[in-house]
Design a binder for this molecule. Structure first.
Ligand SMILES: [Mg+2]
Length: 224
């Protein structure tokens, strides 16, 4: 097996539970829009309950409709803004915290993550990731159109860490987009399959299946 020198992680649902961010965001929206949504705890739990339903993508529309209010675009946009910019109350998965401290010093570490820039920056800050890894690349920082599966973030990571593609491993959860570029560049790819992972069941993209699969980040080093 290749001589692995750098371990790069996806962020959402790889290092921390994405649903934790969502619930934290719903609580923020409930607090800011209390006048419209009524009791904060009730509204929060109503929104959280929608997370595991097909309404996940229209939570704010549905909660407004449930209050008998028009789901006008201006209000929805302000709710999305609140959700994305709130200071999230999130924590690393326990095995992720263990992995980051165990690997630090033995490997170069990095994070490559997609998503709206302020929202992802809020997550990086809340998780103190810049203290835990050498390089964090948020694809939104690179400009339009460089999100996964575009290879630019992976090429930049190799440059910034000063390693060869073949010496890198990418660990992520979503086979529909996460592994296409690193596979093509010659990285080792590893899918973390968690019970509650949002993308645990999605189909792999063409060329996007991970080379290896693990159930816990405690097993990372076992795959090479
Ligand atoms: Mg992910």
């Amino acid at each position: 097996m290749a001589d692995i020198q750098a371990v790069i992680f996806d962020m959402d649902d790889t290092l921390f539970p994405e649903r934790q961010f969502a619930f934290s965001g719903f609580a923020a929206v409930a607090a800011v829009f209390q006048q419209q949504l009524g009791d904060v705890l009730t509204a929060t739990s109503q929104m959280c309950a929608m997370f595991d339903t097909p309404n996940r993508r229209r939570v704010f529309n549905v909660i407004l409709e449930q209050q008998g209010l028009p789901a006008d675009q201006h209000t929805i946009d302000r709710m999305i803004e609140t959700y994305r910019t709130h200071q999230p109350n999130i924590n690393l998965f326990e095995d992720a915290a263990r992995a980051l401290s165990r690997l630090k010093g033995n490997y170069k570490l990095g994070v490559i993550s997609d998503g709206p820039l302020v929202m992802q920056q809020g997550k990086v800050k809340a998780l103190s990731l810049r203290d835990k890894v050498e390089e964090v690349i948020l694809t939104a920082e690179l400009g339009e159109g460089f999100g996964k599966p575009h290879p630019k973030a992976f090429e930049q990571m190799v440059e910034r860490l000063g390693v060869e593609h073949q010496a890198c491993v990418y660990i992520a959860d979503n086979p529909s987009k996460d592994f296409v570029a690193p596979n093509a560049l010659g990285w080792l790819t590893v899918q973390i399959v968690r019970d509650n992972g949002i993308y645990a069941d999605v189909k792999a993209a063409e060329g996007g299946a991970a080379a290896k699969e693990i159930q816990t980040l405690d097993d990372i080093e076992k795959v090479w």
